[in-house]
Design a binder for this molecule. Sequence first.
Ligand SMILES: *Cc1c(COP(=O)(O)O)cnc(C)c1O
Length: 345
Amino acid sequence: MAQAHLTIDLPALCANWRTLSDLTQGEAAAVVKADAYGLGLDKVAPALAAAGARRFFVAIAEEGAELRRILGPGPEISVFSGHMAGDAALLRDAQLTPMINSIDQMLRHVEGLPGHPFGIQLDSGMNRLGMEPAEWAALREIALAQRPSLVMSHLACADEPDHPMNAHQLRSFTEMTDGIDAPRSLSATGGILMGPDYHFDLTRPGIGLYGGLPFIEAQPVVTVRIPVIQVRDVLPGETVGYGNTWTAERPTRVATVAAGYADGILRTMSRGAWLWAGETRCKVLGRISMDLIGVDVTEVGDTPEAMELLGQHQSVDTLADWAGTIGYEILTSLGARYARTYLTT
Ligand SMILES: *Cc1c(COP(=O)(O)O)cnc(C)c1O
């Protein structure tokens, strides 16, 4: 079998949620947008619900409707993109809570779904989603009179705790929400780690649940193992892979393994990447292709059946460094071709 294998450790994921949750006095939600960061909403969300998560966040209403089918009634499901044109039936039928981002969205919401729960998203400086201070000042009394379930904002630089933007956004959010009754939320994973000033009533961890930075103490959640299809010996002067980008300088044993950039193993990693055969670290040779990767197994005793890309030896952030990206992009790129195993104990 040449299918690469993705193993997702649900108890580790739930332990990460609990650890992040225990760092705060308030409630911790769980962010499961983009198919739970690529790891499978239908498995991840029920596991988190069983671990005690009562509030979930998704990016768009369609994801929320899917999550409602998975979780059934009960848990609160909030939608970051708010109330978009055409969303009313979905929000109503799936009992989703839109995070209202603008006066336009507020009008659409009270006209289309009067009395339906909503939250408010404020822009405290990131300039991505949410109402700006002036817009909020104009709407504030009317909106608060309708009892929003949450007033939230999002930090732009929480992965850099010393960045002055954090204190700036904390001040801005505090000024915009001082004295309100509604529960408040500012922090995702990075903000939780910056301490109690940033916690407010509800936190919204995402990446930390899935084992990514900036949650250094996260338990690893994902393992990727890739079958070896073929092994060959190449002589000095021979090349490996597209574009002849790697040339052997000594006799080298090359394994060809069955995964590639179509599996989220980004081609831009080609230069710095490694796989593991048991406890032996093996260098990727030449370019990563769509479905195949060449690996130096000269130092490996017996030809391994499979090699490990992600797991105890290297994390999504290790891979992200090779590609000049972030763990989030590695996770959400993994794709559909893997055989997936979900560990439940
Ligand atoms: C994605 C997202 C989160 C979760 O962020 P992580 O850094 O993954 O913890 C929280 N809030 C908002 C608004 C988001 O877009």
